[in-house]
Design a protein around this ligand. Structure first.
Ligand code: CA
Length: 731
């Protein structure tokens, strides 16, 4: 079509020479408003290249199938919405394409919503939309990037990356008064990394809520690529009926596809690749008539609710928001290769007391070094047939023919048995996993596969206080500051906002302010071999050698203390080594080797979040071979409430010596290992279980003049569920 440009006032109006379709090229918000009020079916509004700041876009209209109304960028990816920007569309036959949202966040509850007020969208397509880390700066604030109201909506070839604040990234809204038969299609979308949120609300996709979950949504999620979608235990949370999740590729993502509410859903021909990453899962089945068929699952390390295949126990006469018993499920021809677990009757308890029934588990291929099957309830309601496993299932009643299986990697990258007799067992040879490059858009780069590592940058030699301050200010991500021998005395905190290493085995850092290292958003700190002295710090309560920001942090931070020595931190009360603040989350805190001596506070003060909603401050704390002497509290980790949406907090302590020191305090920690440590004249270990099904192992420790471990259950009333064994007590 040949088009002529005519300028009308501030509005650049491009008039078509044929068939009354017009292009409006607009270059400011006022011009957009004029164009949006004038568009007719077949017209296109083009946002001029450049930054559109604080732009609340509304597009309402009625096009037709042959003549949709289109909003797009003058050039794909060149119109960037920043600041407090959002998009609301309502009406019929509308297309929005090739826009980028970044460097800002939604002014309200959604970045993109397919509604304006009570008016929803039908026959709308959102294609080539990029939303990149468009996060409310407070991680506790809930919003959504895409909220789909209405029906017959397609979201395709989008690139969504890095949602870090609370709220499911994409939701299909099925509240009372809105369309329930949605017929939405989500395809060829690149769902990029979503870091652990540290609470419920970290889903990548949620289809409906429990209230209207007994009706059918007919939403299809297909041919998408999910990469490191780690927000919480549910990657895709299905809360309605008759949805299809098929042909997606899910890579290194902590969580699973969860058929949480609603019946008659199909999960088919997906490829889950875990590469042994902890908590990578497959599909979790709840409710009635669910089908899990033809999926390929390799290297999934998840257990319990995040097993490769999890079939839950249900609640008899369950309230709508709890767990409807599994009935009539079909789990057929899945390949489960080198997976940690398949869990049946998962979550059985006094409340979840009804095992799965009228369920078939058939034609599945299960290979690996160990038998992955576990059952937490009766499997009598599951009929097993035609399954093949390389290890005979150890659970009575689970049937799979044990035999040796030699696998070979096929051209599609997936493993299949070489024996043609097994051609009809496990996933289809015809699977064609969607390529990462076939999802998202080709004009916006996908993120690097791994974040910047400690020590990957340049080495900066430093020999004076002033040079140290300057080097920290100038360092690039991954750089290493190499401290010459000597004592450094800092009169201001060192602010860390990216990955940075300080090393120097003959360097002593002392500080005359309450904090030595201040971690800001993006910060990750590694210390190697240095000595930190608190002797010069002010004598006041609340000092900390390392402290997180007083402001909320979106990026999960990290601290590694390798062979470091902390001392003279008993001046003033509650002098902590690492103090956490609300609305920040440590991805990992590692303390390895070294010593911590004369500290009045906690080595890890991880109790800044105290609410019942389930936020917590540290995903994982690891202590290995460190010597603690005269320390107030070794660690104080707290997570409140009973929410089951996260994997953390996790705590591992091995090979440490603890002398004349206070306790290890763990409350609401979900995974605990305390092994081969020596406690002398100390308060020992106090563990409080509250969340989900915690795993606590306390073995092989010496408790000399130290009380034995204390265990407390806040809600659970069954038999003891911590493994406390092979410990030795002496007086
Ligand atoms: Ca959830």
């Amino acid at each position: 079509m040949v088009r002529l440009a005519v300028t009308v006032g501030f509005l650049a109006l491009v008039v078509a020479t044929s068939a009354d379709a017009r292009d409006f090229v607009v270059s400011d918000q006022q011009a957009y408003a004029v164009a949006a009020a004038r568009v007719q079916p077949g017209d296109t509004i083009l946002l001029a290249d450049g930054e559109w700041r604080d732009f609340v876009v509304r597009l309402a209209g009625e096009g037709s199938a042959a003549k949709p109304i289109t909003l797009t960028a003058q050039h794909p990816g060149k119109a960037i919405l920043t600041g407090r920007s959002s998009l609301a569309v309502a009406g019929k036959y509308l297309v929005v394409s090739n826009l980028v949202f970044r460097d800002g966040h939604a002014p309200g509850e959604d970045v993109i919503a397919t509604r304006i007020g009570k008016q929803w969208a039908e026959n709308v397509r959102l294609t080539g939309i990029v939303i990149d880390r468009f996060n409310n700066p407070d991680r506790r604030f809930e919003d959504h990037w895409v909220a789909l109201y209405g029906r017959d909506i397609r979201v395709d070839h989008a690139h969504f990356e890095g949602k870090a604040n609370n709220g499911a990234m994409l939701i299909v809204v099925r509240d009372k008064g809105w369309p329930l038969d949605n017929r939405i299609r989500i395809d060829h979308v690149y769902f990029g990394p979503r870091p652990p949120l540290g609470s419920n609300g970290g889903e990548t996709i949620r289809i409906g809520t429990s209230t209207e979950s007994q009706s059918d949504s007919h939403t299809i999620v297909e041919d998408n690529y999910f990469e490191r979608c780690d927000g919480e235990v549910e990657i895709v949370s299905v809360k309605s009926g008759a949805n299809i999740v098929r042909r997606n590729v899910v890579v290194d993502s902590q969580g699973s596809v969860v058929l949480r509410h609603g019946n008659g859903n199909l999960v088919e021909d997906n490829v889950f690749l875990g590469h042994g990453v902890p908590h990578t899962g497959g599909v979790r089945v709840i409710n009635e008539r669910q089908t899990v068929r033809g999926n390929y699952m390799e290297g999934l390390a998840g257990t319990d609710f995040t097993s490769a295949i999890t079939v839950m126990n249900g609640v008899p006469n369950s309230p709508i928001n709890r767990y409807l018993p599994v009935q009539g499920a079909l789990i057929e021809r899945n390949s489960v290769i080198d997976a940690a677990r398949i869990t049946l009757g998962a979550g059985a308890s006094a409340e979840r007391s009804q095992p799965p029934s009228t369920t078939r588990f058939t034609g599945n291929l299960i290979t690996g070094r160990a038998d992955p099957f576990r059952a937490e309830a009766s499997v009598a309601g599951i009929v097993f047939s035609g399954n093949v496993a390389t290890n005979a299932p150890g659970v009575p009643g689970i049937v799979a023919r044990p035999r040796a299986v030699t696998l070979a990697r096929a051209a599609n990258g997936l493993l299949y048995p070489m024996d043609p007799a097994l051609a009809a067992v496990g996933a289809s040879h015809a699977l064609a996993p969607i390529a990462r490059s076939a999802t998202g858009v080709d004009w916006y780069p996908k993120p690097a596969s791994t974040p910047i590592a400690f020590g990957s940058g340049a080495t900066i030699p430093v020999a004076s206080d002033a040079a140290l301050l300057r080097a920290v200010g100038d360092a690039r991500p991954g750089d290493v500051i190499d401290l010459r021998a000597g004592t450094y005395r800092l009169a201001a905190p060192l602010v860390i906002d990216h990955a940075l290493t300080l090393r120097g085995s003959d360097a002593i850092l002392s500080f005359t302010v309450p904090t030595l290292f201040q971690l800001e958003d993006g910060g990750r700190l590694q210390l190697r071999g240095v000595t930190i002295s608190g002797a010069a710090a002010p004598h006041q309560p609340g000092n900390a050698a390392i402290r997180t920001s007083a402001r909320p942090m979106l990026t999960n931070y990290g601290v590694e203390l390798i062979d470091c020595h902390f001392r003279d931190m008993a001046g003033g009360t509650a002098f902590d080594v690492i103090a956490t603040t609300p609305a920040t989350l440590a991805g990992a805190i590692v303390i390895a080797g070294g010593s911590i001596t004369d500290v009045s506070g906690a080595v890890v003060a991880g109790h800044a979040e105290t609410g019942k909603e389930g936020y917590y401050g540290t995903e994982r704390v690891t202590i290995d071979r460190t010597a603690f002497n005269r320390v107030g509290v070794i660690v104080d980790l707290f997570r409140g409430g009973t929410d089951e949406s996260t994997y953390g907090p996790q705590f591992v302590m091995t090979g440490a010596t603890v002398t004349d020191s206070g306790p290890v305090l763990l409350s609401g920690v979900q995974e605990t290992t305390i092994s081969a440590n020596r406690f002398t004249g100390s308060r020992g270990v106090a563990v409080t279980h509250s969340v989900g099904s915690p795993h606590t192992v306390i073995t092989g420790n010496l408790f000399a003049r130290t009380p034995p471990p204390e265990m407390r259950e806040l809600y659970y009333t069954g038999p003891a569920r911590a493994l406390i064994a092979d410990n030795r007590s002496t007086s």
